[in-house]
Write a protein that binds this ligand. Structure first.
Ligand SMILES: Cc1cc2nc3c(=O)[nH]c(=O)nc-3n(C[C@H](O)[C@H](O)[C@H](O)COP(=O)(O)OP(=O)(O)OC[C@H]3O[C@@H](n4cnc5c(N)ncnc54)[C@H](O)[C@@H]3O)c2cc1C
Length: 518
């Protein structure tokens, strides 16, 4: 499950050295020690000593990403400072058949940057230069380790910002955003990362450096950039990204609306978007999430609310004025019993503080929790939220909902106490059943956190074997050696060169008990 225990960013209990169903994703320690040694030698020739880590204690710093209950110590960590250094290491990996995994800031919540015990972790945190802010082109060219919020910081003096805003934007990297096709509260209006990355320099799994897309709006030929964005590091490592900058809006209005039920709040969400108004953000929190946020940050949300919506409108002042009147009317029509418009920046920040603190705040009402991530058509919100409530009451497992309502991107927080025998398993079961609900309502198993190792086993619930084989063909076209973040996304490593379609015999790795069949 897309989960974390305790708080969103702190490590939780180690459930095992490797995810039980994902041995093929993590490799065996000492698997190709000669290859690792060779790559280590190349890395030391290419970069300073501080850029190559082989000390076991230091290696453990990198053993997990934001999904802290999967942990694997990598065989080697490199921290390149340039594309040439990074490409040199990848070339050596290709030559010696050593798998590699890219890592930005390690905030991913699906185990995408989980290292390989037999591989190299390529960390981009020393590639943090914003190379250009091109005001007239509304573009910035940045290195992959650049922190998301730093792009906005660099562009703001020019009157621009970088729109995709994951809640982790103070720490996550642009390379990680590109690989996960990350979203955020304001992606409702502005779109996900894929709408904002126009070009990338990519180090292919063979170690070649290629340019995809660029400053111009579109490139002829197959959309290889579109293929790479969201590919979770399985098609190579991005070493620069050319991103779109968006003009800072003239006016921003933030409204907090209190509803008695999530049904009403969900219906209001659909009505607003159905009316043609496109807010920058519509975020929802249910009663349990509100209780947690109140305990943590005293955000003073409406008393007795079964759900709140945080609605943000932005754009030219006259347009925002007009849209605000419409949103107010629709909220009232759908049962809002309190509407609070932030009158200044302090009030706006307080409204957002409740929402932004909600994940961590849940730690106040539960010692452990799983952060689930699924997506549904927004019109299905009331029905799916009701079904989640039923799941919760029939299982006795509490679920708090805080999520991007406008996008139908759910983040149910499944609460449990790991000290109680069986509680973790019960929570996992509810968490999995929520994904089933998303699929059965026309949605998907992840809205923005990616598949990684965590949800690979769920892919066959959404895709047929033929679908998965076709995706593997794309992967094999980029990475015939299967060394770029192998074992992620797909439930079993169908090998390049294998004929897609029904297998006549079990895959040798399946026979050996090392992988699941899909
Ligand atoms: C508190 C918290 C809040 C979050 N909120 C959101 C949210 O609102 N929206 C959202 O979408 N996500 C959210 N996330 C998840 C996470 O922050 C995003 O997925 C983010 O994009 C990961 O960036 P990173 O630099 O940490 O990547 P990492 O975790 O280091 O890596 C993520 C994946 O990208 C690959 N990768 C990294 N760099 C590169 C590169 N240069 N080239 C190719 N592949 C690469 C890795 O191999 C891995 O598969 C949240 C996480 C936390 C902890």
């Amino acid at each position: 499950m897309s989960g974390t225990h305790g708080t969103e960013t702190t490590a939780g209990p180690v459930l095992g050295d490797t995810p039980p169903e994902a041995t093929s994703a993590t490799g065996e320690a000492g698997g190709n020690s000669a290859g690792i040694a060779a790559v280590g030698r190349v890395a030391r020739e290419l970069m300073p000593d501080t850029g190559v880590i082989q000390d076991p204690t230091q290696l453990r710093t990198y053993e997990c990403d934001g999904l802290a209950h999967y942990r694997v110590t990598p065989a080697l960590v490199v921290l390149p400072e340039t594309t040439e250094q990074l490409a040199g290491v990848v070339r050596a990996c290709a030559e010696h058949g050593v798998p590699f995994v890219a890592r930005g800031s390690g905030t991913g919540l699906s185990g995408g940057a989980l290292p390989r015990a037999d591989g190299v972790l390529v960390v981009t945190s020393r590639m943090r230069t914003i190379r250009e802010v091109r005001r007239a082109d509304q573009r910035a060219v940045v290195e992959p380790g650049v922190i998301n919020l730093d792009v906005t910081r660099a562009a703001t003096p020019e009157g621009y910002y970088y729109a995709p805003d994951p809640s982790s934007q103070q720490i996550c990297s642009i390379g990680g955003n590109l690989a996960e096709n990350s979203g955020g509260a304001h992606c409702l209006k502005y779109g996900f990362t894929s709408n904002h990355v126009l070009g990338a320099e990519l180090v292919t799994p063979q170690g070649d450096v290629v340019e995809l897309g660029g400053l111009a709006p579109d490139a002829p030929g197959y959309d290889l950039l579109g293929t790479v964005v969201g590919s979770e590091g399985t098609l190579g490592i991005a070493t620069t990204a050319t991103v779109r900058l968006v003009r800072l809006p003239e006016e921003v209005r933030t409204l907090l609306a209190g509803f008695r039920t999530t049904d009403d709040a969900g219906a209001a969400t659909s009505a607003i978007i159905g009316s043609g108004v496109l807010p920058a953000a519509i975020e929802m929190m249910d009663a349990l999430a509100i209780e947690a946020a109140e305990a943590a940050v005293h955000c003073n949300y409406p008393d007795g609310a079964g759900a709140v919506l945080v609605i943000e409108l932005d754009g030219p002042a006259a347009e925002v004025e007009h849209e605000y009147a419409e949103v107010e009317r629709l909220c009232q029509e759908h049962g809002a019993f309190e509407l609070r418009l932030a009158i200044d920046a302090t009030e706006r920040a307080l409204i957002w503080r409740g929402r932004k603190s909600a994940f961590a705040a849940v730690g106040r009402i539960s010692p452990d929790y799983i952060v689930q991530d699924g997506v549904i058509p927004r019109t299905a919100l009331p029905e799916v939220l009701r079904a989640i409530a039923e799941l919760s009451s029939s299982s006795g497992v509490r679920v708090a909902n805080v999520f991007h309502a406008g996008d139908g991107n759910l983040h149910p927080l499944v609460l449990f106490d790991d000290a109680k025998p069986g509680a973790g398993e019960a929570a996992e079961k509810v968490s999995g059943a929520i994904l089933d609900l998303c699929i059965s309502h026309g949605g998907a198993i992840t809205g923005e956190h990616g598949v990684g190792v965590d949800k690979a086993a769920y892919m066959p619930k959404m895709f047929t074997g033929d679908d998965l084989d076709t995706m593997q063909l794309v992967r094999c076209a980029f990475d015939p050696g299967n060394i770029s973040n192998p074992g992620k996304i797909f439930p079993t490593p169908r090998l390049c060169g294998e004929v897609p379609g029904k297998r006549k015999h079990a895959h040798p790795l399946v026979e050996a008990g090392l992988a699941d069949a899909f």
